[in-house]
Design a protein around this ligand. Structure first.
Ligand code: SF4
Length: 291
């Protein structure tokens, strides 16, 4: 069976397409409201209508308690039922998508007219095709490779940029560009981007850290810049340095920052070289009053 290239679609987008399908609620494997253990749809066998148990779509019994011929028989019933399902194409497309780790999203059971083993075999075949088609020069730039590797590990835009060795703006631009190149929608998540990249063999050898939430692949505009908090030890050192600054002898050599720390009683009016060199300070009026 052939279907549109499954790797070009993220699991999230493909699942959304499936459940939003106008016939999804009428899918063959939906539970029969009156007999929940049976599927709503049925199949024809030897001229008779046969009801299909929902267990026909289940994963193989990994305990070995189910004889092989029994498993094959029930899976064949499910596949036969899928062939009459109106959402089979969307269902098959979703079941063949690849997750962020490069695995088939639905590895077990019958979905979209295929067993889990069939989907796994197709993934292996697709990987060989991808390798044969590589390299795709558009993804092979140093910055894109760096951003992809950084995004596989980090979720926060600042951390991604830092890990990629880029400024945040450039890293965000490359993320947006990657989404376009991979044919993903603008609202794709970080997981979608990484899954699509993994499907194209762009993350081979890279371990992906799950974010556990829908982190957008494209950083939304207007995202408030998160300035890194200075470490306390640095503030203490800065304060220590400030305390060690010797007292100024002349106001003309004092920076505005330091001058604000100097109390009026420490100044000598005779050392003020010229009114033009006087920095406008809040304490100026008090100095004048003192004079
Ligand atoms: S194609 Fe098969 S598994 Fe998918 S919704 Fe239809 S009956 Fe269920």
């Amino acid at each position: 069976m052939s279907s549109p290239n499954p790797t070009s679609m993220s699991p999230t987008a493909a699942h959304r397409e499936l459940v939003d399908h106008k016939w999804y609620r009428y899918r063959v494997c939906a539970p029969d409201p009156d007999e929940p253990s049976l599927a709503a749809g049925s199949i024809e066998q030897d001229g008779k209508t046969v009801r299909v148990p929902l267990s026909a779509w289940s994963a193989p019994d990994l305990d070995g308690g189910e004889p092989q011929d029994v498993r094959i028989a029930r899976e064949n019933m499910a596949i036969e039922a899928c062939l009459g399902c109106r959402v089979m194409v969307a269902c098959n497309r979703y079941a063949n998508t690849v997750d962020a780790d490069g695995h088939v999203t639905e590895p077990q059971g019958v979905l979209g007219g295929e067993r889990g083993l069939d989907r796994h075999k197709r993934l292996i075949a697709r990987r060989h095709q991808v390798v044969a088609a590589a390299p795709d020069a558009r993804f092979q730039t140093e910055q894109k490779q760096a951003v992809l590797r950084a995004l596989a590990v980090h979720s926060d835009p600042l951390e991604v940029a830092a890990a990629a060795g880029l400024d945040e703006r450039t890293a965000n631009w490359q993320r947006s560009h990657l989404v376009r190149l991979l044919g993903l929608p603008r609202d794709a998540s970080r997981g979608d981007l990484l899954a699509a990249a993994a499907g194209r063999g762009l993350l081979d050898g890279v371990s992906v850290v799950e974010d556990g939430k829908d982190v957008p692949a494209i950083v939304p505009p207007g995202r408030p810049a998160v300035a890194p908090k200075p470490a306390k030890v640095k503030r203490r050192r800065a304060a220590s340095r400030a305390r060690s600054i010797p007292r100024p002898r002349s106001i003309s050599t004092v920076s505005s920052t330091t001058a604000r720390r100097v109390r009026p009683v420490q100044l000598s009016l005779w050392e003020i070289p010229s009114p033009d060199n006087i920095v406008s300070l809040e304490s100026a009026s008090r100095l004048e009053a003192a004079a």
